[in-house]
Design a protein around this ligand. Structure first.
Ligand SMILES: NC(=O)C1=CN([C@@H]2O[C@H](COP(=O)(O)OP(=O)(O)OC[C@H]3O[C@@H](n4cnc5c(N)ncnc54)[C@H](OP(=O)(O)O)[C@@H]3O)[C@@H](O)[C@H]2O)[C@@H](O)CC1
Length: 380
Protein backbone atom coordinates (compact mmCIF):
# COMPACT_ATOMS: atom_id res chain seq x y z
CA UNK A 1 0.00 0.00 0.00
CA UNK A 2 1.16 3.47 -0.74
CA UNK A 3 -0.03 6.50 1.15
CA UNK A 4 -0.18 9.79 -0.61
CA UNK A 5 -0.15 13.12 0.94
CA UNK A 6 -0.76 16.31 -0.97
CA UNK A 7 0.11 19.55 0.60
CA UNK A 8 -1.02 22.75 -0.94
CA UNK A 9 1.04 25.56 0.39
CA UNK A 10 0.52 29.16 -0.50
CA UNK A 11 2.25 32.04 1.08
CA UNK A 12 -0.29 34.72 1.68
CA UNK A 13 0.63 38.16 2.72
CA UNK A 14 -2.94 39.32 2.89
CA UNK A 15 -5.95 37.13 3.01
CA UNK A 16 -9.23 38.61 1.97
CA UNK A 17 -11.22 35.72 3.32
CA UNK A 18 -10.63 35.73 6.98
CA UNK A 19 -12.40 37.65 9.60
CA UNK A 20 -9.57 39.76 10.83
CA UNK A 21 -9.75 43.45 11.38
CA UNK A 22 -8.96 44.77 7.97
CA UNK A 23 -5.72 46.56 7.58
CA UNK A 24 -6.27 49.89 5.98
CA UNK A 25 -3.84 52.57 5.35
CA UNK A 26 -3.96 56.15 6.30
CA UNK A 27 -1.52 58.75 5.44
CA UNK A 28 -1.69 61.61 7.76
CA UNK A 29 0.25 64.76 7.68
CA UNK A 30 0.60 67.71 9.93
CA UNK A 31 -1.99 69.73 11.73
CA UNK A 32 -0.82 72.59 9.70
CA UNK A 33 -1.00 70.43 6.69
CA UNK A 34 0.33 72.96 4.30
CA UNK A 35 3.52 71.45 5.44
CA UNK A 36 3.77 67.87 4.27
CA UNK A 37 7.34 67.90 5.42
CA UNK A 38 6.57 65.76 8.40
CA UNK A 39 4.11 63.44 6.87
CA UNK A 40 3.32 60.41 8.91
CA UNK A 41 1.85 57.41 7.23
CA UNK A 42 -0.01 54.73 8.98
CA UNK A 43 -1.16 51.25 8.16
CA UNK A 44 -2.43 49.82 11.33
CA UNK A 45 -4.98 47.63 12.97
CA UNK A 46 -5.44 50.15 15.71
CA UNK A 47 -8.21 52.62 15.51
CA UNK A 48 -7.83 55.29 18.11
CA UNK A 49 -10.18 58.20 17.94
CA UNK A 50 -8.07 60.86 16.50
CA UNK A 51 -7.72 64.23 18.03
CA UNK A 52 -6.58 66.89 15.67
CA UNK A 53 -3.45 67.30 17.70
CA UNK A 54 -2.31 63.94 16.43
CA UNK A 55 -2.23 65.37 12.97
CA UNK A 56 0.53 67.62 14.09
CA UNK A 57 3.84 67.11 12.57
CA UNK A 58 6.46 64.90 13.82
CA UNK A 59 9.05 65.65 15.23
CA UNK A 60 10.89 62.86 16.80
CA UNK A 61 12.53 63.53 20.04
CA UNK A 62 12.74 59.98 21.28
CA UNK A 63 13.57 59.29 24.87
CA UNK A 64 15.81 56.53 23.69
CA UNK A 65 19.00 57.14 21.85
CA UNK A 66 18.40 60.15 19.68
CA UNK A 67 18.72 59.58 16.00
CA UNK A 68 21.16 61.50 14.01
CA UNK A 69 19.93 64.61 12.29
CA UNK A 70 22.27 63.68 9.51
CA UNK A 71 19.76 62.84 6.83
CA UNK A 72 22.29 61.12 4.67
CA UNK A 73 23.32 58.72 7.38
CA UNK A 74 23.35 55.16 6.12
CA UNK A 75 23.27 51.93 8.07
CA UNK A 76 23.66 48.29 7.30
CA UNK A 77 20.29 46.57 7.08
CA UNK A 78 20.81 44.70 10.35
CA UNK A 79 21.96 47.83 12.15
CA UNK A 80 19.01 49.69 10.71
CA UNK A 81 16.58 46.99 11.80
CA UNK A 82 18.07 47.13 15.27
CA UNK A 83 17.77 50.91 15.44
CA UNK A 84 14.17 50.87 14.28
CA UNK A 85 13.29 47.99 16.58
CA UNK A 86 14.49 50.08 19.49
CA UNK A 87 12.72 53.15 18.33
CA UNK A 88 9.86 53.94 20.64
CA UNK A 89 7.20 55.62 18.55
CA UNK A 90 5.40 56.62 21.76
CA UNK A 91 8.26 59.00 22.32
CA UNK A 92 7.32 61.07 19.32
CA UNK A 93 6.79 64.67 20.21
CA UNK A 94 5.32 67.27 17.98
CA UNK A 95 5.99 70.61 16.53
CA UNK A 96 3.59 73.27 17.53
CA UNK A 97 1.25 74.49 14.86
CA UNK A 98 3.15 77.73 14.94
CA UNK A 99 6.46 75.99 14.32
CA UNK A 100 4.92 74.04 11.47
CA UNK A 101 3.50 77.22 9.97
CA UNK A 102 6.87 78.89 10.26
CA UNK A 103 8.62 75.97 8.62
CA UNK A 104 6.03 75.98 5.87
CA UNK A 105 6.63 79.65 5.22
CA UNK A 106 10.37 79.12 5.24
CA UNK A 107 10.12 76.22 2.82
CA UNK A 108 7.89 78.03 0.38
CA UNK A 109 9.67 81.32 0.91
CA UNK A 110 13.43 81.61 1.34
CA UNK A 111 14.06 77.93 0.67
CA UNK A 112 12.29 78.10 -2.67
CA UNK A 113 9.97 75.10 -2.54
CA UNK A 114 6.68 75.13 -4.47
CA UNK A 115 3.35 73.43 -3.74
CA UNK A 116 3.63 70.99 -6.61
CA UNK A 117 7.13 70.07 -5.57
CA UNK A 118 6.04 69.39 -2.00
CA UNK A 119 3.10 67.43 -3.38
CA UNK A 120 5.45 65.23 -5.41
CA UNK A 121 7.76 64.60 -2.48
CA UNK A 122 4.86 64.00 -0.18
CA UNK A 123 3.02 61.58 -2.44
CA UNK A 124 6.11 59.68 -3.52
CA UNK A 125 6.34 58.67 0.13
CA UNK A 126 2.67 57.68 0.09
CA UNK A 127 3.13 55.55 -3.01
CA UNK A 128 6.28 53.84 -1.79
CA UNK A 129 4.63 53.07 1.53
CA UNK A 130 1.63 51.56 -0.23
CA UNK A 131 3.87 49.40 -2.35
CA UNK A 132 5.76 48.30 0.71
CA UNK A 133 2.65 47.04 2.47
CA UNK A 134 0.37 46.11 -0.41
CA UNK A 135 2.41 44.55 -3.16
CA UNK A 136 1.19 45.13 -6.73
CA UNK A 137 1.12 41.39 -7.39
CA UNK A 138 -1.73 41.05 -4.88
CA UNK A 139 -3.28 44.50 -4.84
CA UNK A 140 -2.91 45.67 -8.40
CA UNK A 141 -6.28 47.34 -8.99
CA UNK A 142 -6.26 50.73 -7.34
CA UNK A 143 -9.06 53.26 -7.42
CA UNK A 144 -8.08 56.80 -6.49
CA UNK A 145 -10.99 59.05 -5.59
CA UNK A 146 -9.88 62.66 -5.91
CA UNK A 147 -11.44 65.77 -4.44
CA UNK A 148 -11.32 69.30 -5.84
CA UNK A 149 -8.36 70.61 -3.82
CA UNK A 150 -4.75 69.74 -3.12
CA UNK A 151 -5.75 66.52 -1.44
CA UNK A 152 -7.26 65.52 -4.78
CA UNK A 153 -4.02 66.61 -6.43
CA UNK A 154 -2.22 64.23 -4.08
CA UNK A 155 -4.50 61.49 -5.37
CA UNK A 156 -3.65 62.26 -9.00
CA UNK A 157 0.05 62.16 -8.24
CA UNK A 158 -0.39 58.90 -6.30
CA UNK A 159 -2.07 57.29 -9.32
CA UNK A 160 0.89 58.24 -11.51
CA UNK A 161 3.51 56.90 -9.12
CA UNK A 162 1.56 53.69 -8.55
CA UNK A 163 1.26 53.16 -12.29
CA UNK A 164 5.04 53.29 -12.55
CA UNK A 165 5.30 50.89 -9.61
CA UNK A 166 3.31 48.26 -11.51
CA UNK A 167 -0.22 48.88 -10.25
CA UNK A 168 -3.26 49.37 -12.43
CA UNK A 169 -4.76 52.63 -11.22
CA UNK A 170 -8.18 54.06 -12.02
CA UNK A 171 -9.13 57.61 -11.15
CA UNK A 172 -12.47 59.08 -10.17
CA UNK A 173 -12.15 62.87 -10.28
CA UNK A 174 -15.69 64.24 -10.37
CA UNK A 175 -14.98 67.93 -9.63
CA UNK A 176 -12.04 68.98 -11.71
CA UNK A 177 -10.22 72.19 -10.94
CA UNK A 178 -9.17 74.16 -13.98
CA UNK A 179 -5.88 75.37 -12.46
CA UNK A 180 -2.76 74.55 -14.51
CA UNK A 181 -1.30 72.38 -11.74
CA UNK A 182 -4.28 70.01 -11.81
CA UNK A 183 -4.73 70.17 -15.58
CA UNK A 184 -1.11 69.10 -15.93
CA UNK A 185 -1.56 66.21 -13.51
CA UNK A 186 -4.60 65.02 -15.48
CA UNK A 187 -2.71 65.25 -18.78
CA UNK A 188 0.10 63.17 -17.31
CA UNK A 189 -2.34 60.45 -16.32
CA UNK A 190 -4.07 60.52 -19.68
CA UNK A 191 -0.70 60.12 -21.37
CA UNK A 192 -0.25 56.93 -19.37
CA UNK A 193 -3.72 55.74 -20.46
CA UNK A 194 -4.90 55.66 -16.87
CA UNK A 195 -8.70 55.37 -17.02
CA UNK A 196 -10.89 58.09 -15.50
CA UNK A 197 -14.21 56.80 -14.20
CA UNK A 198 -17.28 58.88 -13.47
CA UNK A 199 -19.16 58.31 -10.23
CA UNK A 200 -21.87 56.57 -12.22
CA UNK A 201 -19.33 54.13 -13.68
CA UNK A 202 -18.17 52.94 -10.28
CA UNK A 203 -19.53 49.58 -9.15
CA UNK A 204 -21.92 49.70 -6.22
CA UNK A 205 -19.53 47.53 -4.22
CA UNK A 206 -16.04 48.85 -4.83
CA UNK A 207 -14.55 45.65 -3.44
CA UNK A 208 -15.66 43.80 -6.54
CA UNK A 209 -13.34 45.76 -8.80
CA UNK A 210 -10.61 47.25 -6.67
CA UNK A 211 -8.01 45.90 -4.29
CA UNK A 212 -7.06 49.31 -2.94
CA UNK A 213 -9.20 52.43 -2.72
CA UNK A 214 -7.31 55.66 -2.13
CA UNK A 215 -9.34 58.32 -0.38
CA UNK A 216 -7.93 61.62 -1.66
CA UNK A 217 -11.13 63.64 -1.46
CA UNK A 218 -10.45 66.11 1.33
CA UNK A 219 -7.60 67.07 3.57
CA UNK A 220 -7.24 69.81 6.09
CA UNK A 221 -9.49 72.33 4.30
CA UNK A 222 -12.61 70.20 4.59
CA UNK A 223 -15.47 71.88 6.45
CA UNK A 224 -19.16 71.29 7.08
CA UNK A 225 -20.97 68.29 5.64
CA UNK A 226 -19.81 66.69 2.42
CA UNK A 227 -21.66 67.95 -0.64
CA UNK A 228 -22.59 65.76 -3.63
CA UNK A 229 -21.13 63.72 -5.13
CA UNK A 230 -18.65 63.31 -2.29
CA UNK A 231 -21.35 62.53 0.27
CA UNK A 232 -22.18 59.39 -1.68
CA UNK A 233 -18.55 58.50 -2.32
CA UNK A 234 -17.71 58.82 1.35
CA UNK A 235 -20.67 56.58 2.18
CA UNK A 236 -19.35 53.98 -0.23
CA UNK A 237 -16.09 53.91 1.66
CA UNK A 238 -17.96 53.68 4.94
CA UNK A 239 -19.89 50.68 3.62
CA UNK A 240 -16.66 49.13 2.43
CA UNK A 241 -15.54 49.08 6.00
CA UNK A 242 -18.89 47.71 7.18
CA UNK A 243 -18.79 44.97 4.56
CA UNK A 244 -15.31 44.16 5.72
CA UNK A 245 -16.79 42.95 8.95
CA UNK A 246 -18.77 40.25 7.23
CA UNK A 247 -17.18 36.85 7.25
CA UNK A 248 -15.80 35.74 3.92
CA UNK A 249 -16.39 39.10 2.27
CA UNK A 250 -13.71 40.20 -0.10
CA UNK A 251 -12.38 43.50 1.06
CA UNK A 252 -10.68 46.47 -0.49
CA UNK A 253 -7.96 48.20 1.43
CA UNK A 254 -8.76 51.84 2.18
CA UNK A 255 -5.92 54.31 2.04
CA UNK A 256 -6.64 57.83 3.20
CA UNK A 257 -4.23 60.48 2.07
CA UNK A 258 -4.15 62.76 5.05
CA UNK A 259 -7.29 63.09 7.15
CA UNK A 260 -10.00 60.57 6.22
CA UNK A 261 -12.49 62.45 4.07
CA UNK A 262 -15.55 63.58 5.95
CA UNK A 263 -13.89 63.56 9.35
CA UNK A 264 -13.99 66.78 11.28
CA UNK A 265 -10.58 68.27 10.76
CA UNK A 266 -10.11 69.12 14.43
CA UNK A 267 -12.15 66.44 16.18
CA UNK A 268 -11.86 63.39 13.99
CA UNK A 269 -14.71 60.94 13.42
CA UNK A 270 -17.02 62.72 15.85
CA UNK A 271 -20.14 60.54 15.68
CA UNK A 272 -18.31 57.37 14.71
CA UNK A 273 -20.07 57.04 11.36
CA UNK A 274 -17.20 58.11 9.14
CA UNK A 275 -14.66 56.25 7.04
CA UNK A 276 -12.73 53.84 9.22
CA UNK A 277 -9.18 53.60 8.14
CA UNK A 278 -7.31 51.79 10.86
CA UNK A 279 -5.34 54.64 12.09
CA UNK A 280 -3.55 56.61 13.62
CA UNK A 281 -1.43 56.00 16.55
CA UNK A 282 2.18 56.75 16.61
CA UNK A 283 2.91 53.66 18.64
CA UNK A 284 0.88 51.40 16.36
CA UNK A 285 2.14 49.18 13.58
CA UNK A 286 2.82 50.18 10.01
CA UNK A 287 3.38 53.84 10.48
CA UNK A 288 5.50 55.55 7.94
CA UNK A 289 7.34 58.74 8.46
CA UNK A 290 8.40 60.94 5.59
CA UNK A 291 10.54 64.03 5.77
CA UNK A 292 13.74 62.84 4.18
CA UNK A 293 13.98 66.00 2.13
CA UNK A 294 14.09 68.25 5.18
CA UNK A 295 16.82 70.77 4.48
CA UNK A 296 19.58 70.72 7.11
CA UNK A 297 18.94 74.38 7.92
CA UNK A 298 15.42 73.53 9.03
CA UNK A 299 16.52 70.43 10.91
CA UNK A 300 19.11 72.41 12.81
CA UNK A 301 16.90 75.39 13.55
CA UNK A 302 14.08 73.27 14.96
CA UNK A 303 16.38 70.65 16.48
CA UNK A 304 14.63 67.94 14.56
CA UNK A 305 15.71 64.46 15.37
CA UNK A 306 14.85 62.32 12.39
CA UNK A 307 15.19 58.58 12.13
CA UNK A 308 17.64 57.13 9.65
CA UNK A 309 16.09 56.44 6.26
CA UNK A 310 16.94 53.08 4.73
CA UNK A 311 18.68 53.12 1.38
CA UNK A 312 17.00 55.52 -0.97
CA UNK A 313 13.62 55.45 0.79
CA UNK A 314 11.67 58.67 1.11
CA UNK A 315 10.09 57.45 4.31
CA UNK A 316 10.66 55.06 7.11
CA UNK A 317 8.39 52.72 8.96
CA UNK A 318 8.30 53.40 12.64
CA UNK A 319 6.78 51.46 15.47
CA UNK A 320 6.36 47.76 15.75
CA UNK A 321 5.00 45.66 12.90
CA UNK A 322 1.53 44.21 13.50
CA UNK A 323 1.21 40.91 15.26
CA UNK A 324 -0.13 38.41 12.80
CA UNK A 325 -2.61 35.85 14.05
CA UNK A 326 -1.35 32.91 12.03
CA UNK A 327 -4.22 30.67 13.03
CA UNK A 328 -6.66 33.17 11.55
CA UNK A 329 -4.93 32.84 8.18
CA UNK A 330 -5.77 29.17 8.00
CA UNK A 331 -8.46 28.19 5.51
CA UNK A 332 -10.90 25.43 6.30
CA UNK A 333 -11.34 23.07 3.40
CA UNK A 334 -14.25 20.69 3.17
CA UNK A 335 -13.54 17.79 0.87
CA UNK A 336 -15.53 14.74 -0.13
CA UNK A 337 -14.68 11.33 1.22
CA UNK A 338 -11.46 9.84 -0.11
CA UNK A 339 -11.68 6.06 -0.25
CA UNK A 340 -8.84 3.63 -0.80
CA UNK A 341 -10.42 2.22 -3.94
CA UNK A 342 -10.38 5.68 -5.45
CA UNK A 343 -6.63 6.03 -5.13
CA UNK A 344 -4.64 5.80 -8.34
CA UNK A 345 -2.11 2.99 -8.35
CA UNK A 346 0.50 5.27 -9.80
CA UNK A 347 1.14 8.23 -7.46
CA UNK A 348 2.07 10.40 -10.44
CA UNK A 349 -1.38 9.84 -11.90
CA UNK A 350 -2.86 10.74 -8.53
CA UNK A 351 -0.79 13.87 -8.54
CA UNK A 352 -2.11 14.83 -11.97
CA UNK A 353 -5.66 14.20 -10.85
CA UNK A 354 -5.31 16.41 -7.80
CA UNK A 355 -3.45 19.02 -9.73
CA UNK A 356 -6.25 19.18 -12.31
CA UNK A 357 -8.79 19.43 -9.49
CA UNK A 358 -6.84 22.31 -7.97
CA UNK A 359 -6.67 24.05 -11.34
CA UNK A 360 -10.38 23.56 -11.95
CA UNK A 361 -11.21 24.92 -8.49
CA UNK A 362 -9.31 28.10 -9.34
CA UNK A 363 -6.95 27.75 -6.40
CA UNK A 364 -4.27 30.35 -6.20
CA UNK A 365 -0.89 28.88 -7.18
CA UNK A 366 -2.10 25.29 -7.68
CA UNK A 367 1.50 24.35 -8.42
CA UNK A 368 2.47 25.22 -4.84
CA UNK A 369 2.04 21.63 -3.72
CA UNK A 370 4.07 18.67 -2.61
CA UNK A 371 3.20 15.01 -2.97
CA UNK A 372 4.82 12.45 -0.73
CA UNK A 373 4.54 8.69 -0.63
CA UNK A 374 5.21 6.26 2.17
CA UNK A 375 5.32 2.51 2.29
CA UNK A 376 3.44 0.12 4.61
CA UNK A 377 6.12 0.69 7.20
CA UNK A 378 5.26 4.36 7.20
CA UNK A 379 8.63 5.34 5.81
CA UNK A 380 9.00 7.64 2.79
N1 LIG B 1 1.30 72.93 0.94
C1 LIG B 1 0.15 72.42 0.61
O1 LIG B 1 -0.85 73.07 0.62
C2 LIG B 1 0.10 71.01 0.31
C3 LIG B 1 -1.03 70.27 0.67
N2 LIG B 1 -1.11 68.98 0.42
C4 LIG B 1 -2.37 68.29 0.52
O2 LIG B 1 -3.41 69.17 0.28
C5 LIG B 1 -4.40 69.09 1.29
C6 LIG B 1 -5.03 70.40 1.54
O3 LIG B 1 -5.43 70.92 0.32
P1 LIG B 1 -6.49 72.09 0.17
O4 LIG B 1 -6.15 73.20 1.08
O5 LIG B 1 -6.58 72.39 -1.25
O6 LIG B 1 -7.83 71.48 0.72
P2 LIG B 1 -8.59 70.09 0.51
O7 LIG B 1 -8.74 69.53 1.88
O8 LIG B 1 -7.95 69.28 -0.50
O9 LIG B 1 -10.05 70.50 -0.02
C7 LIG B 1 -10.41 71.79 -0.43
C8 LIG B 1 -11.51 71.68 -1.45
O10 LIG B 1 -12.58 70.93 -0.89
C9 LIG B 1 -13.79 71.68 -0.99
N3 LIG B 1 -14.62 71.39 0.17
C10 LIG B 1 -14.41 71.69 1.46
N4 LIG B 1 -15.38 71.23 2.23
C11 LIG B 1 -16.25 70.60 1.42
C12 LIG B 1 -17.47 69.92 1.63
N5 LIG B 1 -18.02 69.82 2.84
N6 LIG B 1 -18.09 69.39 0.57
C13 LIG B 1 -17.59 69.51 -0.67
N7 LIG B 1 -16.44 70.16 -0.95
C14 LIG B 1 -15.77 70.70 0.10
C15 LIG B 1 -13.37 73.09 -1.05
O11 LIG B 1 -14.35 73.83 -1.70
P3 LIG B 1 -14.98 75.11 -0.99
O12 LIG B 1 -15.73 74.62 0.20
O13 LIG B 1 -13.84 75.98 -0.60
O14 LIG B 1 -15.89 75.67 -2.01
C16 LIG B 1 -12.08 73.00 -1.86
O15 LIG B 1 -12.39 72.92 -3.23
C17 LIG B 1 -3.69 68.56 2.47
O16 LIG B 1 -4.57 67.92 3.35
C18 LIG B 1 -2.66 67.66 1.85
O17 LIG B 1 -3.25 66.39 1.61
C19 LIG B 1 -0.04 68.29 -0.30
O18 LIG B 1 -0.44 68.20 -1.61
C20 LIG B 1 1.29 68.98 -0.24
C21 LIG B 1 1.23 70.41 -0.43
Amino acid sequence: MTCLCLTHSITQTHNHNHNLPHATTTFSSSLHNRNPLFQLFSVSNQFPLLSRALFQSIILRPRIRPFSTNLTASYSSSAFAQIMANFDADSVTYLTQRDAAEIDETLMGPLGFSVDQLMELDVLSVATSISEVYKPCEHSRVLTICGPGNNGGDGLVAARHLHHFGYKPFVCYPKRTPKPLYAGLVTQLEALSIPFLSVEELPSDLSNDFDVVIDAMFGFSFHGSPRPPFDDLIQRLVSLHNNNNQIGQKRSVIVSVDIPSGWHVEEGDVDGTGIKPDMLKFCGPHHFLGGRFVPPAIAEKYKLILPPYPGTSMCVQIGKPPQIDISALRENYISPEFLEEQVEVDPINQFHKWFDDALAAGLKEPNAMALSTVGKDGKP
